[in-house]
Each structure stands twice: as structure tokens, then as C-alpha cells.
Ligand binder design. Structure first.
Ligand code: PGA
Length: 264
């Protein structure tokens, strides 16, 4: 049985002084231990959020990590630096691919750094609108996945704690979402590629999240799909009521999975 995971990506929003109270308020509004809940604040707010979430069961994630372990990389933050503050880490977000020119190969090295430091990675993949319209969505996502994961598998096998977030670029921050059925088909394609790269159990244990304009109103469309294991939430993750609604819906799916596993 795969877990149901809701991760909030705060992106570059909020000040450190605001982050702790916001995290505490969100955690209190999503009291569903059956759902794996993660909040990913900016680097400078990790310590405040880590302190605010102590004892809540909500985990802390970073939004990025440097591809190198240490050295003359001004402004960089290494995996070892994050390890005391976070247990999860987003890598390969489309905003970093776009703004920092991150390549699949570089992202693969970030996955390696996560493995060394014991950070659980959420690897983001997703196609542009033109790629979807050209019928290239699955091929694009599969190439992103393979490009990053090849670096990791060559250095010691498939990362067994990997989570993949399918985030179509045209759905991020636009208010437009994929259709549940399309996201589900993409999750299947992701697991096919993962299996070819050596994922255990033919990829069937790999959690795949959907991301892109997820709100409490749209979350059900994805959480109703058996192939989708949760959501990576951007804008709505800064709002207490939205996160409460999204995680409450996720808890319904988590409960149904527990019951199905118990009946089997
Ligand atoms: P959004 O962002 O929910 O604001 O579209 C999602 C993401 O970028 O992870």
C-alpha cells in the first residue's frame, strides 16, 4: 500500500518571523496522521518551521539543495546543512529548471546529495503546454525522469525513498489543472520508466503526486485516482483553510486504502 502524501511548497513567500506561526496554524488545521504531511518553507525559515512543527507529526522539507556537497559555491546550501532542519527536499522544480537552467543531470546530482544526507527527495517532472499539445507529454516526463535517475542508479541503485511529483508546467500557478485521468495516465508512465530504471516491485511502490493549481476544490479530482498518491501544493499551501480542506480530502483516500489493505 502506498502512502498518501500532501506537501506544501511555500516558494519565496513569507518572512522567518511569520513562518513559525503560519506552520503551527496549518499543522493544527490538518490533524490527520494517516496522511504524510510536509511543509517546505524557504531556507531561512526552516529552523522556525522545524521548531513550530515539533510534536505535530508534520514534517519539514527544503525547496532545493545544492548539487555539490561543499565548497566555493556562494549562496549555496548543502544537503548536510539541511539534514538537521529538514527530512524532505524538493528537487528539480520547474521554476528552477526555468530560472536557474537546471538540467536533468544536475538534478540527478541533487538526488545523490539527498541520499547521502538522508533527505527524502520529491523529484518534480512535467511537460510544457506545447509538448502536451504535440503529444509529447509522456516522452518529455519520461526523459526528465530517466535523465535524473540515471545519475543516481549508476552510483548505487534506485533511490527507494523517492517520491515523484508530476507537475505540468502549464498548470503551475495558472489556476488551470490537468484532468485526473491525464495525471493518472502520467503516473502510470512514470512507474513504467521507474521500473525500467530498476525501481523495486516494477515501480508499483513509487509514490507519485500531482502538482499544479491544487486547491481544496480541485484536490478530489486527483485523490480519487488510484495511481495518484497525493499532491504537491504551491499557492494554496500558504492558506490554513485550503490546507485543511486538501488534507481532509487526502485523509478520505488514506482511510479507503487502509480499509482495502485490511480487507485484502
Ligand atoms: P501551484 O504550485 O499549486 O501554485 O500551482 C505548485 C508547485 O509549483 O509545486
Amino acid at each position: 500500500m502506498r502512502p498518501v502524501i500532501i506537501a506544501g511548497n511555500w516558494k519565496m513567500n513569507g518572512l522567518p518571523a511569520e513562518a513559525g506561526p503560519l506552520a503551527a496554524a496549518i499543522a493544527a488545521a490538518m490533524p490527520h496522521p494517516d496522511v504524510v504531511r510536509v511543509l517546505c518553507p524557504p531556507f531561512v525559515s526552516l529552523a522556525a518551521v522545524d521548531a513550530a512543527l515539533a510534536g505535530t507529526g508534520v514534517a519539514v522539507g527544503a525547496q532545493d539543495v545544492h548539487a555539490e556537497g561543499a565548497g566555493a559555491y556562494t549562496g549555496g546550501v548543502s544537503a548536510a546543512m539541511l539534514a538537521g532542519l529538514a527530512t524532505w527536499c524538493i528537487v528539480g522544480h520547474s521554476e528552477r529548471r526555468r530560472d536557474q537552467g537546471e538540467t536533468d543531470e544536475l538534478i540527478g546530482h541533487k538526488l545523490l546529495r539527498c541520499r547521502e544526507a538522508g533527505l527524502r527527495p520529491i523529484l518534480c517532472v512535467g511537460e510544457q503546454l506545447a509538448e502536451r499539445e504535440a503529444g509529447q507529454a509522456e516522452a518529455t516526463v519520461q526523459a526528465q525522469l530517466a535523465g535524473a535517475l540515471r545519475v543516481v542508479t549508476a552510483a548505487g541503485g534506485f533511490p527507494d525513498d523517492l517520491v515523484v511529483a508530476y507537475e505540468p508546467v502549464w498548470a503551475i500557478g495558472t489556476g488551470r489543472t490537468a484532468r485526473g485521468a491525464d495525471a493518472s495516465a502520467m503516473a502510470d508512465a512514470i512507474r513504467v520508466t521507474a521500473a525500467a530504471l530498476g525501481a523495486p516491485a516494477d515501480g508499483s511502490r513509487l509514490p507519485v503526486l500531482y502538482g499544479g493549481s491544487v486547491t481544496s476544490a480541485s484536490a478530489g479530482e486527483f485523490l480519487a485516482e488510484p495511481a495518484i498518491d497525493g499532491a504537491l501544493v504551491g499557492g494554496a499551501s500558504l492558506k490554513v483553510d485550503e490546507m485543511a480542506g486538501i488534507v481532509a480530502r487526502a485523509a478520505v483516500t488514506a482511510q479507503a486504502r487502509l480499509e482495502a489493505a485490511g480487507a485484502a
